[in-house]
Design a protein around this ligand. Structure first.
Ligand code: PMT
Length: 221
């Protein structure tokens, strides 16, 4: 039985991948399954919070008691997340957001005939976490993730500061049993004071420790 120590809190979790469409039948995306974000959301619900998930396209069932707001692209996710930021206490950004989208999207399927090579130009998507970091009001807590293949600590600390986060959960994607699609994860949680904590286990267990860390930061205020 979990303690109801998140009772009274309104929590929003972004989860899953985004998709950036080139034409009606093709898109660019990433392998996020949504498992990490959904585990964080479910854990918060078990512990008494009111929970919403802003979810990219995933194959997971909508968890009982939780409102799921479906989105597709990074721009859709930005729109839903900035709205939700107005009235939440904690926002956790576990989604794997596409950094780029196609500069233009064709209304019709792009034909293959006669082309031995193609290239498409891409432009940067808005940084959702950084936008939310700027919107953050007194008392709100913003938790980001960092998916890294090298220099985990340096990159995570840089993203923590640059995006105005209170905590960042850094995944080393090169570790077996960590990151995209797995049921387990291996992460290091960094805070703005320079503290860090390594956590390894089922995504449910990792989620539970993330909430313990969030609660510590709220109590410390
Ligand atoms: O879904 P699973 O299969 O369970 O996998 C979990 C996970 C690997 C997707 C998850 O644990 C994770 O690491 N999520 C963040 C992935 C990511 O996009 O990392 P990043 O280092 O590129 O981005 C850093 C932070 O900025 C993230 O909080 C991200 O949500 C946010 N971001 C990134 C780009 C962008 N345009 N807007 C953002 O808000």
């Amino acid at each position: 039985l979990r303690p109801k120590d998140l009772e009274g809190l309104s929590v929003v979790v972004t989860a899953g991948p985004t998709r950036e469409f080139l034409d009606p039948v093709r898109y660019i995306s990433n392998p996020s399954s949504g498992k990490m974000g959904y585990s964080i959301a479910k854990e918060a619900w078990y512990r008494g919070a009111e929970v919403r998930i802003i979810s990219g396209p995933v194959a997971l069932e909508s968890p009982h008691g939780i409102q799921v707001i479906p989105v597709t692209s990074a721009e859709d996710m930005l729109d839903a997340a900035t709205r939700a930021m107005d009235d939440c206490d904690v926002m956790v950004k576990a989604a794997a957001v596409g950094d780029y989208r196609f500069a233009s999207r064709s209304e019709h399927k792009i034909k293959r005939e006669g082309k031995s090579e193609v290239s498409f130009s891409m432009i940067a998507n808005p940084d959702i976490a950084a936008t939310l970091g700027e919107m953050k009001k007194q008392g709100q807590i913003l938790v980001g993730f960092a998916a890294e293949t090298d220099d985990l600590k340096e990159n995570a600390r840089r993203k923590l500061r640059a995006k105005g986060l209170d905590l960042i959960v850094a995944n080393d994607l090169t570790e077996p049993g960590s990151g995209f699609g797995t049921d387990t994860n291996r992460v290091t949680i960094f805070d703005v004071q320079g503290n860090s904590k390594e956590v390894q286990g089922d995504k449910t267990e990792v989620a539970s420790i993330i909430w313990d860390e969030v609660l510590l930061r709220r109590e410390g205020r």
